[in-house]
Every structure is written in structure tokens, then in C-alpha cells.
Write a protein that binds this ligand. Structure first.
Ligand SMILES: Cc1ncc(COP(=O)(O)O)c(C=O)c1O
Length: 476
């Protein structure tokens, strides 16, 4: 993989603005790598080309590359060029807090809403007669309950993507859907294009499947660079690509329609299976809910993954995938080998709640908007030097602490009774996003206020954060 000289120059500051220019550029380039905006293991442009694109001298770029090599942010292979890398000692992977025991800590590690008790008990009462109707059947439904498949197909069709029930497989959540696809369509050593940062459990499933991750940056504030996505698909010979185009977890970005079409065309041309994770699609807070990704172009090699977890409740463990019908048959066979089929009770509940989404969702979105406002207000007042882009949807903020202290801060926050996830576990490669915290706004206003108060206390006890704090001087 390589980064073009114009592409790189567009990400770097004007060399004329600071002296010495090579040091200024090296610092900026290191930050791009640490923030995942410039992928690891990509070949940097030839010195002469980058010098021309930056409007600077060749000597400056030679000094820049020398300094990057010295500080560990690049290495050279004889005659082959210079490649991005990470300095040693930065390769500590974030440990996910999702497996942490349930305790009394305020939980900002999970970005998932709760379900009002009444909504659940009412739904349980309503499904009882239907459930009884299933009691004299064997109860195995490897494809999912027929009525739920139909309802999901109708939802896709209503959103602009004609779908038949045969194209739907009901799964035990989006994560299960992804695991089934990985098991069927890939093998150890295959490449998969993924966003960086991305959803940690998806990345973990890929690592465990022995896949090689090829990352494309999702930059805070600007999102995907369609040129980079296209060229990565073209040059990586990846078997699969996994994208979260709707309110991307963790950055909250929404991929523009034109970029979706371009990505689909590129994946189609390369024969790459594209997995569109639309788990967060319905959580559109400031924009209309996006049309399905597969509706934007040739969708024959697209697998769409969805879930009840973020709109309703993760405790249902009901999700789905939409794929060409023959592939759904193969995936159902794959699924029989693991769990035979999903629970009838869970699926009847999902069907009931889905049919009442219009009653549940608007209130839920209103609450999320209010909670998002409370979280940003509290952060703005207690931690004014932290930075974030308010996302148009989804469940969390991707907060820039201004210094690589997220892991320490998360530890200290836990001592203050708040569990929160540092940026490292969202990274494709260890050592990135050490200055990021993902902060969901799924908890009540009161709890969010208390959580920020405690995090601010924890922050005050540690090394400074923010641009005025002494940033780690990785380049002396
Ligand atoms: C993007 C994304 N995909 C999948 C999942 C997992 O969803 P499920 O609970 O349906 O397995 C999550 C949960 O956070 C998510 O954010």
C-alpha cells in the first residue's frame, strides 16, 4: 500500500509556517499516524515527489524522513522505499473493558441503551399467545422465524432496497452475523479492509479468524477519504471489506451517498465482498436516516448486517443479515453447525418490538439528543480543553484529550467509579488513539453529569491533558 504525494501533502501543514520545517512536518506526520489518519505500513512518497507537492526543498524532505526513521515513525527497506511504522514501546494494545464484571461503576464502556421495563413486560404479555402457538412445533428455525424474516425484508424494501425474505438470515445479534460471514467467506491469511478506528469486537473476531487487517482511516472531523478507500480496495486484493457507514462506531461519521456509490463500484470491480454494518442506522439524530448502503450501487456482493441492540435492547440478542439468497442458504448451514437456530422467544419479542418501533424510537432519539447535549455541556464546562466533533447520529463522542493519556485516565476513572474505554481498543494496530476516549451518551442526564464530574477529578489527578499540557515529545 502507498500514500500519494498530493494526498499526504494535503494532510500536512504548510512547511513555510514553522522552523525548522522538517521537524514541524515530522511532528505532524507522527500525529497523523498516532491518530490513525495515516495508515501504518504504507509506503511514503518518493522524496522528490513529496517535496514538489509540499512546495519545499528535497533537503527538507530528506531531513523529514531521516527524523521519522530516527524516532521510529518510519523505516526503510533497501531500494524499496520508506514505510510508516510505530516507535517501539507504543505497541501496547488496549484491553477491552467489555468483559469486566458487573459492578457498581458507572458504565461508559458500553454504548447500548436500556429498554424501559414496561415496554419489555408489555411485549412479553403480547407474545404469550403466539409463543404458545409454537409449542407444538420442534422450534428449530436456522434461517429465523418466517414472520420475522418477512418483517425485516419489508423494512429493507421500504427503505429503498427491494428485499425478499429469502435474502434474510436472523442471527443472535450483529456480531454473530459477522462471525458467520467471516467463517464462510474467509480463511486464515486472507486480507480484510477495515476502518481505523473500528468496532473492537468486530476487529477481534477478524484477528481470531486469522485475517490480515488492511486499514483505511476514518479521520475525526472529515471521515473517509473516498480516494483512499478506493485505492486500498484496488491494491489490497482483499477478500472482504467491513465498513460501518452509518454513524460509525466510534467516530459517529456518516458516509456521504456519493462515497458509498464509489466504494461499492470499487469493491464490485475487485470482487471483494463488502460487509456493511448498519447496526446504528436508525440512530439518526440530526439528519434523515440513511438509505441502505447496498442501495447505492451494484449490491450483488454486499452483505448488510443489522441488529435490535442499539435501537431496542442488546439483551434480546437478535440481529440479522441481508445477502443474496444462495449465500443465505450457505450461511444458514454454517449457523446450524454452531447453534442450530435462534430462540423463538427472542425472535417473537423482536418481531413485536420492531412492529412498534414508531412508538419507541422517536422518544428514544429525543432522549439521546438531550443526553448528547448534556454530555457535551458538562465536558465543555469541566474539561474545556478536550475536543470532539458532535456526531449527526449514533451513541457516542470520540473525544480528543490532547495528550496520549487515555489508558491511564481510564484506570484512574475506574478508581472513581466510572468505567470508560480508551481509544486503543478501537485501533487496528496497537499504539494508536492513545489520546482518545470514547464517551457514549446512552445513560441518563444525571448519571452522565456525575460521570463527567468523576472523570474530571480523575483527570486532575494525573498528567495534564489538552494542547497546553506537555505533550509527549516523541521527537526531541
Ligand atoms: C458497529 C457495531 N456492530 C455490531 C455491534 C454488536 O451488536 P450486537 O449486539 O447486535 O451483536 C455493535 C455493538 O456495539 C456495534 O457498535
Amino acid at each position: 500500500m502507498l500514500v500519494g504525494s498530493r494526498q499526504l501533502a494535503a494532510l500536512l501543514p504548510d512547511p513555510a509556517k514553522a522552523r525548522p520545517a522538517y521537524r514541524h512536518l515530522a511532528h505532524a506526520l507522527g500525529e497523523l499516524i498516532l491518530d490513525g489518519r495515516l495508515a501504518l505500513h504504507v509506503r511514503l512518497p518518493a522524496e522528490r515527489e513529496l517535496a514538489a507537492a509540499l512546495g519545499t526543498s528535497r533537503t527538507t524532505v530528506t531531513a523529514l524522513y531521516d527524523l521519522l526513521r530516527e524516532s521510529g515513525f518510519a523505516h526503510s527497506r533497501q531500494g524499496a522505499g520508506t514505510w510508516t511504522s510505530l516507535p517501539q514501546g507504543r505497541a501496547a494494545h488496549g484491553v477491552s473493558r467489555l468483559l469486566a464484571p458487573q459492578d457498581t461503576a458507572i458504565d461508559l464502556a458500553r454504548a447500548a441503551p436500556t429498554l424501559p421495563e414496561e415496554t419489555l413486560t408489555d411485549a412479553l404479555a403480547r407474545i404469550a399467545p403466539r409463543l404458545a402457538g409454537h409449542a407444538d412445533t420442534p422450534g428449530y428455525h436456522p434461517y429465523g422465524l418466517a414472520e420475522l424474516r418477512s418483517a425485516l425484508a419489508e423494512r429493507f424494501t421500504a427503505r429503498g432496497l427491494a428485499t425478499t425474505p429469502e435474502q434474510i438470515l436472523v442471527t443472535a445479534g450483529a456480531q454473530h452475523a459477522l462471525s458467520l460471514v467471516l467463517a464462510l467467506l474467509s480463511g486464515p491469511g486472507d486480507r480484510i479492509v477495515v476502518e481505523n478506528p473500528s468496532y473492537p469486537n468486530a476487529l477481534e473476531a477478524m484477528r481470531r479468524a486469522g485475517l490480515r487487517l488492511v486499514s483505511v482511516p476514518v479521520a475525526d472531523g472529515t471521515g473517509w477519504d473516498p480516494e483512499v478507500v478506493e485505492s486500498t480496495l484496488r491494491h489490497s486484493s482483499a477478500r472482504l471489506a467491513y465498513l460501518i457507514p452509518d454513524f460509525h462506531n466510534p467516530t459517529g461519521h456518516l458516509m456521504p451517498a456519493d462515497d458509498r456509490a464509489r466504494t461499492l463500484r470499487a469493491a464490485h470491480a475487485c470482487g471483494t465482498w463488502l460487509i456493511a454494518d448498519e447496526t446504528l442506522t436508525d440512530l439518526a439524530l440530526d439528519v434523515p436516516a440513511p438509505a441502505p448502503f447496498a442501495a447505492h450501487g451494484p449490491g450483488t456482493q454486499v452483505i448488510t448486517v443489522g441488529s435490535m441492540s442499539k435501537t431496542h435492547w442488546a439483551g434480546l440478542r437478535v440481529g440479522w443479515l441481508r445477502a443474496p439468497a444462495p449465500l443465505v442458504t450457505e450461511l444458514a448451514a454454517q449457523r446450524v453447525a454452531s447453534d442450530m437456530g435462534g430462540s423463538v422467544v427472542d425472535q417473537l419479542l423482536a418481531l413485536d418490538l420492531l412492529a412498534r418501533s414508531d412508538q419507541l424510537l422517536p422518544g428514544r432519539l429525543d432522549r439521546l439528543r438531550t443526553q448528547r447535549a448534556v454530555l457535551t455541556e458538562e465536558l465543555g464546562s469541566l474539561l474545556p480543553h478536550w475536543r470532539w466533533h458532535t456526531p449527526p447520529g449514533g451513541l457516542s463522542l470520540w473525544v480528543d484529550l490532547g495528550a496520549p493519556v487515555a489508558a491511564d485516565l481510564a484506570e484512574r476513572a475506574l478508581a472513581h467509579g466510572v468505567r470508560v474505554e480508551g481509544g486503543a481498543c478501537f485501533a487496528t494496530d496497537p499504539g494508536l488513539f492513545a489520546h482518545r476516549l470514547r464517551m457514549p451518551y446512552t445513560l441518563s442526564e444525571e448519571t452522565l453529569r456525575e460521570a463527567v464530574r468523576r472523570i474530571a477529578q480523575a483527570a486532575a489527578e494525573g498528567p495534564g491533558t489538552g494542547p497546553s499540557a506537555a505533550r509527549q515529545h516523541w521527537i526531541a
